[in-house]
Ligand binder design. Structure first.
Ligand code: AMP
Length: 397
């Protein structure tokens, strides 16, 4: 997909640029406790400010559902943005109307201003055209740097992009380029590693991946549903027995699309779901009736490593086992480290994200060596499902 970036901007001196950012940061007692999201939007803010435009930030915070809920004000976030940016950041108490337009009129070139929570207005989540017009009235250009909000067709992510010249910010651009390199026009063979708790939350994702990748490793609790569908007795493992038909359908679709599905060949079983629980590695025909599969076994880890070695591109979502409790993090950690090493050696393009995946890769100490780790959550998963993201679509050149 072709989209405009900041490289397509000419002279923007004095222009009012409305920049959609993700400032939905974790807070405790009015203080920001994790600044990752703020750091990600700094390059775009800095670049636009240095080019002499008036940088007006649009963002949501929490779910106030169209009401002015004081605890969901963005006011306490402005000082954190300012500190990290190394520059004053103003704040206006509303994102539309005279409060916003007066504050913008008072800006000098290069200034940065944060507007109050867009979700204080019902029109935001409804994507009400009147609300989008009220937002757009305060800008000459629109830049979207919030991939994590791009799966929602809201006023500040989609509606406004149709009313002003629209551009992808630097963080959005990097994310879109990484995703495109993984599933858009990837270097083959492409391997997908999908784990996590349940098949039910990832049916669309699995169906999309089997049509796009060459190999699909299935691990985690969800592999149990596939194994059970193939007649393996999985004992007391987490398993959605009612989804046997779905699992069979996905396996047939993979077969038809020439996608090799790789299921675990052995399992680490325990009687209790807790750290340090007594465990043993068994073959699939020897899973005890009172046992729970909490990780894939050593033989499966070997197979995953060899698939990673075969692949030139890797897409990863979900842990291979119950990685939060040791030693059931073993397979996830081993596979993550292997993928990280291959990436570092220039042999693999590795893109990961969604839900617990970021935590799992951080736990393995592997996240920094992946080519790209998306922190976008829902938007990343919808992309893995092959869905069109309205906030991205609206940036199409
Ligand atoms: P998800 O959010 O779908 O990616 O699922 C992540 C969760 O799946 C983590 O909390 C893991 O502990 C859990 N999980 C992975 N493998 C297993 C397993 N074999 N049995 C139970 N839970 C698992």
């Amino acid at each position: 997909m072709a989209f405009n970036t900041l490289d397509n901007l000419n002279d923007i001196t004095g222009k009012r640029v409305l920049v959609r950012v993700d400032l939905n940061v974790p807070m405790d007692n009015g203080k920001v406790t994790d600044t990752t999201r703020i750091e990600r939007v700094l390059p775009t803010i800095r670049e636009l400010s240095e080019k002499g435009s008036k940088v007006v930030l649009l963002a949501h915070f929490g779910r106030p559902k169209g009401e002015r809920v004081a605890s969901m004000s963005l006011a306490p976030v402005a000082p954190s943005v300012s500190r990290l940016l190394g520059k004053a950041v103003g704040f206006a108490d509303d994102c539309i109307g005279p409060v916003a337009s007066d504050a913008i009129s008072a800006m000098s070139n290069g200034d940065v201003l944060l507007l109050e929570n867009t979700r204080y207005h019902k029109g935001e989540e409804k994507n009400d055209p009147a609300f989008a017009e009220a937002l757009a009235a305060n800008g000459d250009l629109y830049v979207n740097d919030a991939f994590s909000a791009a799966h929602r067709a809201h006023g500040s992510t989609e509606g406004i992009a149709k009313l002003l010249p629209a551009y992808a910010g630097r963080t959005m651009q990097v994310e879109l380029e990484a995703l495109s390199s993984a599933l858009g026009e990837p270097v083959r063979p492409v391997l997908a590693v999908v784990g996590g708790a349940k098949v039910s939350s990832k049916i669309d994702l699995l169906e999309n991946l089997v049509s796009k990748v060459d190999m699909l490793v299935i691990g985690g609790g969800m592999a149990n549903t596939f194994l059970a569908a193939k007649g393996v007795n999985v004992g007391k493992s987490l398993c959605e027995h009612d989804l046997a038909d779905t699992a069979n359908r996905i396996m047939s679709a993979a077969n038809a699309a020439n996608c090799e599905i790789v299921l675990p060949a052995d399992a680490v079983v325990a009687r209790e779901f807790k750290a340090g629980a007594e465990n043993e590695t068994v073959s699939l025909d020897a899973i005890p009736a009172d046992g729970m599969i909490l990780d894939v076994g050593a033989a499966s880890i070997q197979t995953v490593a060899s698939k990673i070695d075969t692949a030139k591109t890797l897409v990863w979502n979900g842990p291979l086992g119950a990685f939060e409790i040791e030693p059931f993090d073993t397979a996830t950690v081993a596979a993550a480290k292997h993928a990280a090493a291959n990436t570092k050696a220039g042999k693999l393009n590795s893109v990961a994200g969604g839900g617990d995946t970021v935590a799992a890769l951080n736990h393995a100490g592997a996240a920094d060596d992946f080519s790209y780790v998306s922190t976008a959550g829902g938007a990343f998963l919808e992309w893995l499902e092959g869905k069109e993201l309205p906030g991205v679509k609206a940036l199409e050149a």
